[in-house]
Design a protein around this ligand. Sequence first.
Ligand code: ADP
Ligand code: MG
Length: 336
Amino acid sequence: MRSTSALERLAKVEKMFFDKTGTLTKLPMKVKSVFIAKSAKEKEERRKNLDGLEKNFVQVIASVEHGSEHPLARAIVEYANGMELSKPESFTALPGLGVTAKLNGENIVIGNERLNSQEQLTISSEIKQYADSMRDDGQVVVYVGWGGQVQGLVGLGETVREEAQAVIQRLQSRGLNLGVLTGDDEQAGRRWQEMLGIPVYAGLKPNEKMTHIVENTAMIGDGINDAPALAASTIGLAMNHGTDVARTAADIVLIRDDLRVVPWLFDLSKATMRIVKENLGWAFIYNIIGVGLAMAGLMKPVWAALAMVMSSVFVTANAMRMNKYPLLDGEILVVE
Ligand code: ADP
Ligand code: MG
C-alpha cells in the first residue's frame, strides 16, 4: 500500500472496474498465428520462400514491439525468440491503440483497427476475412501495416485467469457493482461479457476509461492506458507486472499478481474500519462518563489519570486483534 489512507478508502468502495488485457487475462500471452497478405505479383515468390518471408515479417514486428511494455508486445518479442532484432530509428507508444515506429526508413504501424483508421491504412478483403476468423477463434488480432496498407496480422491467444470467476463471485457477494473497461474491440468485449457475466465496456481510450470512474469506485489495471483511471479512482490497484506508470498512479500494488488479493483486501479494509469505529465509539463514551464524573467531583485526579491510561490500553488491545487477521496464503480465509 502506497498510502496510509488506502484501506480507509477501499472500505468505502461500492463499484469496481477491472482492466481486461493483462489484468483479467492470463499471462504470458502467446502468439497463435501469423498471417501475411498476398499480392498477386509476390504470390509465386512467396510459395518458394514462405518461411523466409514469415521470418522477415516477425523480425520487423518484434523489432518494433521490443520498445513496448504491453503484454501483446511481450508475446510477440517472445515469439521471435532468438532472431536478431533491429533498433528502430524512432518509436511511439499509443496507449489503447498500439505502436508506430520508423524502421529502416519505413513507417511501421502495429495495433488495432482504430489505429488502422487513424493512420489511414487500407485493408484488403482477404485480410479482413482472416482477421474475422482469428476473432471467431477467440484470438486478439494485431494489425501490422506500412506503405499505406495493412500487410499482415498476428493472432494472440487470450485466456481468462483461473482465479477471475471466483474473485468476481466473492466481490459480488459483498454487494459490489463490477465491470470491465477495455481498449480491445467490441467483439472481444461481448465475448468477455458473456464469459464473466458482468458488463464490459469496450473500445475505450485511456481518457474514456477515466470517465467511467465515479465516486467510491476502485480500478484495477496494469497498463499505461489504465493510469488516468487508476489516478482518478477512489482507490487504484495495479498489477505488479504492470507498467511503472500504472504502479505509480495506483494506491495499492498487487505484488503477487494474484486477483484473489482484491476481495481479501476489501474484507481487511472493512474489518479495520470496524475496529477504528469501535475504538472511536468506546473512547467517546468512556470520556463522556469520565469527564462527567470528574466535573461532578466524583473522581479524584489520580483515578482519572489511571482511567485515561486504561482507555488507551483497551483501544490498543482492541486494535491488536488485527494481528490475528487470517493471511492470504494459498486459499483465502475470510472472517465474517
Ligand atoms: P486493455 O484495456 O484491455 O488492457 P489495451 O488498452 O492495453 O487493452 O490495448 C487495447 C488494444 O490496443 C489491444 O487490444 C491492442 O489491439 C492494441 N495495442 C495496445 N498496445 C499494443 C502494442 N504494443 N502492440 C499491438 N497492439 C497494441
Ligand atoms: Mg491492460
